[in-house]
Ligand binder design. Structure first.
Ligand code: NAD
Ligand code: TYD
Length: 336
């Protein structure tokens, strides 16, 4: 089996490529990634020369390139992760989110249709459902109600993917996962940002009152869910993935500070994110029942392991926290 992973040099993609090579020794994995600010060739550097792995640098919006990769690599299945993924950046500058997440997804779907790909897993997010009140969970039937340009672009791409299943019978499966954490996450997202700042005695910015709730899942559990969706998902179906680990943002940053051994006085409340979703929480009964998938990691232990990873891999994130990232940080938090 030849599998194309788009966005394989990003956070989830790098974890997924590794997992696929280990768990499916008969598979060949091709990674198509444009290496935007979020893509990092270093994330998979140890795979250089691996017999069952190939990296192609390229943009998913480039139809000719995508078709060429699908054809020459005789791709059977696509796991589509390439995206602009950060809500705050989508608020600062929406256009690239439409270009990559909407148009790029359509280009990929079209090429997959033309070349007869046998399975297309479209990797999406619970953010397409919008915000929950204090109770209840997102199910696959929850209406789409995205709040940010990021989540609106993901909802658009979900609908395109499902339309390709219905209209063209492209065997598409859509997954919607909750907030991930773990190794290789770019330090603009809450958990790695909190760890990297705590380790440098810098303030930990918490938006608004910090009582927003996210439902955390370890990236490896997400990746196992994607593999299950690829192998067992039914075409045209959506599967929610989550680990039932709801936490307030404030609790998460306090836990990070405890693990790093730094004082809570580093917490700094800053202006709230516009349109900030109050609560996400996932009902993943369908994935657990139909795909036979279940998360393995518990939040507290896995967060501690994640903090250890960032402590041990300090050069990895210190190299990232420079250049373009510095300019973004200044724009996002400078006035805060
Ligand atoms: P990321 O930002 O870490 O990685 C995205 C990758 O896509 C990068 O390697 C980047 O170079 C690549 N990319 C961006 N634009 C591209 C383009 N035009 N062509 C080719 N490659 C391009 O993101 P992530 O957190 O790993 O998320 C991966 C996917 O999972 C996204 O689709 C995201 O919406 C989805 N998702 C993420 C989370 C989460 O908590 N991080 C949760 C649910 C779903
Ligand atoms: P984030 O990691 O950006 O993921 P998402 O917005 O996709 O859920 O943010 C997680 C939560 O943490 C969200 O409620 C916003 C909040 N947050 C902060 O309070 N401070 C920060 O510096 C960041 C990046 C996020």
């Amino acid at each position: 089996m030849n599998v194309l992973v788009t966005g394989g040099s990003g956070f989830i993609g790098a974890n997924l490529v590794r997992l696929l090579l280990v768990e499916r020794p008969g598979w060949r994995v091709v990674n198509l990634d444009a290496l935007t600010y979020a893509g990092n060739a270093e994330n998979l550097a140890e795979l250089d020369g691996h017999a069952r792995y190939r990296f192609v640098r390229g943009d998913i919006c480039n139809g000719e390139l995508v078709a060429d990769v699908l054809e020459t690599e005789r791709i059977d299945a696509v796991l589509h992760l390439a995206a602009e993924s950060h809500v705050d950046r989508s608020i600062l500058s929406p256009p690239v989110f439409i270009e990559t997440n909407v148009r790029g997804t359509q280009v990929l779907l079209e090429a997959a249709r033309e070349l007869g790909v046998r399975r297309f897993v479209h990797v999406s997010t619970d953010e397409v459902y919008g915000s929950l009140g204090p109770s209840g969970l997102f199910t696959e039937e929850t209406p789409l109600d995205p709040s940010s340009p990021y989540s609106a672009s993901k909802a658009s791409s979900d609908l395109l993917a499902l339309a390709y299943a219905r209209t063209f019978e492209l065997p598409v499966v859509v997954t919607r996962c909750s907030n991930n954490y773990g190794p290789y996450q770019f330090p603009e997202k809450l958990i790695p940002l909190a760890i990297a700042n705590a380790l440098r005695d810098l303030p930990l910015p918490v938006y608004g009152d910090g009582l927003h709730v996210r439902d955390w899942i370890h990236v490896e559990d997400h990746c196992r869910g994607l593999l299950a969706a690829l192998e067992k998902g039914e075409s045209g179906q959506v599967y929610n993935l989550g680990a039932s680990s709801e936490r307030h943002n404030l609790d998460v940053v306090k836990q990070v500070l405890r693990l790093v051994g730094k004082p809570e006085s580093l917490i700094q409340h800053v202006a709230d994110r516009p349109g900030h979703d109050r609560r996400y929480a996932i009902d993943s009964t369908k994935a657990r029942t139909v795909l036979g998938w279940a998360p393995r990691h518990r939040f507290e232990e896995a967060l501690a392991a994640t903090v250890r990873w960032y402590v041990e891999r300090r050069p990895w994130w210190e190299r990232i926290i420079s250049g373009e990232y510095l300019a973004y940080y200044e724009k996002q938090y400078g006035a805060g």
